[in-house]
Write a protein that binds this ligand. Sequence first.
Ligand code: GUN
Length: 279
Amino acid sequence: MSTIILDGKATSKKIKEELRDKVMVLKGKGVEPTLAVVIVGDDPASHVYVRSKKRACEFIGIRSLSYELPEDTSEEDLLGIVCELNDRDDVNGILVQLPLPKHISDDKVIMAINPVKDVDGFHPVSVGNLSIGNKGFISCTPYGIIELLKRYEVPIEGKNCVIVGRSNIVGKPISILLLRENGTVTICHSRTKDLKGVCKNADIIIAAIGRAKMITDEYVKEGAVVIDVGINRLEDGTLCGDVDYEKVKDLTSYITPVPGGVGPMTIAMLMSNVVSSVS
Ligand code: GUN
């Protein structure tokens, strides 16, 4: 089986270049897309993600406003900042990096963001629009997966799509997007019986469990498409996905690497959401 590597890094770069052209046109009309990025506390992984998002903004020409708040910021203060950003006409998108410190409710903060600025696609209004097929922001990781599959012309229609993981950020929204593309969708989770058997029947597997190298060759049918959403750090410091890439790769028709697969696509689609928030 010859395997095609779905190169998220190269595809993301291409999307960012396309967005840079669009932003140039917007700026020519006097419109400057602006993203406000809010981070609370010192979580190192979150700071890495936020830095990548700000760097992508710079590359494209999106103005980014940075709010780096201390760990002991109160929920009330954070909600106040979100309200201010909602009210500012010069801010198009608001991103509050998750997870937040334990004393702050993620839900309350997400609910406080005006849905017209919800470039993460996490607000219940965005989730509702997605589920009934209305226009609205689509959360960036699932959006990035679909975009990657489309750009490589991987067929989805009629395919047996198995999602492992039912999170609000990935599992549930990717199920809706695959359904929208006329896939036949199964969502699996920790209580699923015979997970290996279910996966073994899949034409497309989306692995979003958060357990390093869990999906081995025993889960994958010959010729399957395997999308790995996991980012796990091993004891030796290296990154790996939820898929055992070396064991699985040669079985697949298409596979995403980690790093360089879904991760960069998430950032590209965030940027795309920011640009569409003004145009
Ligand atoms: N934490 C992990 N992924 C994300 C994301 O896509 N958006 C936000 N806001 N926080 C995250």
